[in-house]
Design a protein around this ligand. Structure first.
Ligand code: SF4
Length: 507
């Protein structure tokens, strides 16, 4: 994802959070396309704007099909029968509006690289922070780019290095030494090999699995383990931060470490919001982490000492990502759990939906309070996070006005988000983040100000200490930059400080 230092205000031109999935099968008479489809469907929550697959057909040619739309729309039966081969990779993409041409298929992944000597397909999830420097050097060397994405810069960089050697792990190693940022990627060569690489800090999840039967053996690589479950595979392990894994039926699974670092920076937001609860990331079940987040909130909640509120209270999740948290909260507080908000499952996630207006309309279409459950109650409302605050404000007012709740007590499993993410998740600028803005204006008292703006009767956030305990990782293993403003990548830290100083100078 591009980050432009000179033009950083336009940083939103194209931002992504994506899903990647790959399959290789030792039976050349078997097509992996259906499995790619199933894997991408399981990962649909990570990106809903476009989908694509690249399949190695018999004879060694890579064929790529990609289009804007949900997986079920893009990859239909006709595509499945046409794109037939025993090795393939796929990608779901999310990007915000703003970039001219972002709807063009050139912006959709997998990125298919082909010249006279090399052919490969690549699918990538992350943000290359120093992509403009790399692009500039490659521009000077005469490279021609067709998009303004870091994905293409990454693919062109890999393609340039691969001209000098056919040793793919070496190519990826050399590329990774030049890259600064967050990336999990999979690359399929025209020889039928799949390589999976995770950046040295391990921001984005990536895991491998297998499915062995008497007829055939399959290996999988996926953004999340839920997709490996869905295709009937067994999760083998995570790709380690700084590791390159080679999936090949001739050589089995081969691994090389690029960098062995004590510090990792696994995105905390994967556990809090992004990942599916049935996924296991770096050895931690997402559902269990969310359950513990809910328990922690209840342990620290002062309203639970008030008998009048306790007697009248119900614990209500914001569906779907608030559910595991609400179950944890209800278990710890011994209060009744109730589904007080009905979700229309055909309206997709609002946070990753581009455009503020679209998001606003989507909330109303998506959620409706169940009056018979919430009327007259002290609703303890559990949600995963507050980003801009507009969605939460709407939900609180829906519960009050349409649901006729007596009081709404808002409990948030993620600590206040005060800083943008430059590592691939589409957070707005600091000034658009409600906690970033109010913290800047009101210092210590900013939580009260957020409460006033959003409108609940009480508001409680998770602490950073309790967040890390619930995820069962130390602060040294997680990226907490959007909560602390301290970025684990130096070049990004400089950019964040620049933005912060500009916001301050405007207040
Ligand atoms: S800044 Fe926040 S959202 Fe971005 S990678 Fe770090 S923890 Fe994840």
């Amino acid at each position: 994802m591009p980050i432009r230092k000179k033009n950083y205000k336009k940083r939103h031109s194209l931002r992504e959070n994506c899903a990647i999935f790959g399959v290789t099968c030792d039976d050349i008479g078997f097509s992996v396309s259906k499995l790619l489809y199933q894997g991408l469907i399981a990962l649909q929550h990570r990106g809903q704007e476009s989908a694509g697959i690249s399949v190695l057909k018999t004879g060694g040619n890579i064929h790529t099909y990609k289009k804007n739309g949900l997986v079920s729309r893009v990859i239909n039966n006709q595509v499945l029968s046409q794109y037939w081969g025993n090795v393939g990779i796929g990608h779901n993409r999310y990007a915000t509006t703003g970039s001219t041409g972002y709807k063009s298929t050139d912006y959709i992944q997998p990125f298919h690289f082909k010249n006279n000597e090399i052919e490969f397909a690549m699918a990538f999830n992350g943000t290359i922070a120093n992509f403009s420097e790399i692009k500039k050097s490659m521009d000077e060397m005469g490279r021609v780019f067709i998009t303004d994405t870091d994905t293409e810069v990454l693919a062109q960089l890999i393609g340039s290095i691969a001209l000098g050697t056919e040793d793919w792990p070496e190519v990826l190693k050399l590329a990774s030494r030049l890259l600064d940022g967050s990336y999990s990627l999979i690359l399929m060569t025209d020889q039928g090999d799949i390589y999976a690489m995770r950046d040295p800090l391990g921001f984005k999840p990536l895991c491998i699995g297998e499915l062995k039967s008497q007829q055939r053996n399959l290996y999988f690589v996926s953004s999340e383990s839920c997709a490996i479950d869905v295709v009937g595979g067994k999760l083998l392990r995570d790709v380690k931060p700084g590791e390159i894994v080679h999936l090949s039926h001739q050589k089995d699974i081969h691994s090389e470490m690029v960098i062995n670092s004590n510090r990792t920076a696994i995105c905390q937001f994967e556990y809090v919001y992004f990942a599916r609860p049935d996924s296991v990331i770096d050895g931690v079940s997402v559902a269990e982490a969310r359950f513990r987040l809910g328990k922690n909130l209840a342990k620290n909640d002062p309203i639970l000492n008030n008998p009048e509120i306790r007697e009248n209270a119900i614990v209500v999740p914001v569906p779907d990502s608030g559910r595991s948290v609400a179950v944890g909260y209800a278990t710890e507080s011994k209060l009744p759990y109730a589904e007080g908000l009905m979700k229309n499952r055909y309206v997709h996630r609002t946070f990753i939906m581009p455009g503020q207006l679209k998001r606003k309309i989507a909330v109303k279409e998506k959620l409706n309070p169940i009056k018979s459950i919430v009327k007259g109650k002290d609703v303890i409302l559990l949600d995963d996070s507050i980003v801009r605050g507009t969605t939460t404000q709407q939900i609180v007012s829906l519960l009050r006005e349409k649901g006729e709740a007596k009081r709404v007590h808002l409990r948030i499993s993620c600590p206040p988000i005060i800083s943008p993410c430059y590592m691939g998740i589409d957070f707005p600028t600091r000034n658009e983040l409600i906690a970033g803005r109010f913290q800047n204006y009101y210092g210590e008292a900013y939580i009260k100000e957020i409460q006033k703006k959003i409108g609940p009767d009480t508001l409680l956030y998770q602490t950073i200490e309790d967040l890390t305990k619930a995820i069962r990782k130390s602060q040294n293993q997680l990226c907490l930059a959007c909560l602390t403003g301290k970025y684990p990548i130096k070049s990004v830290q400089k950019l964040a400080e620049l933005e912060k100083s500009i916001v301050r100078s405007r207040t």
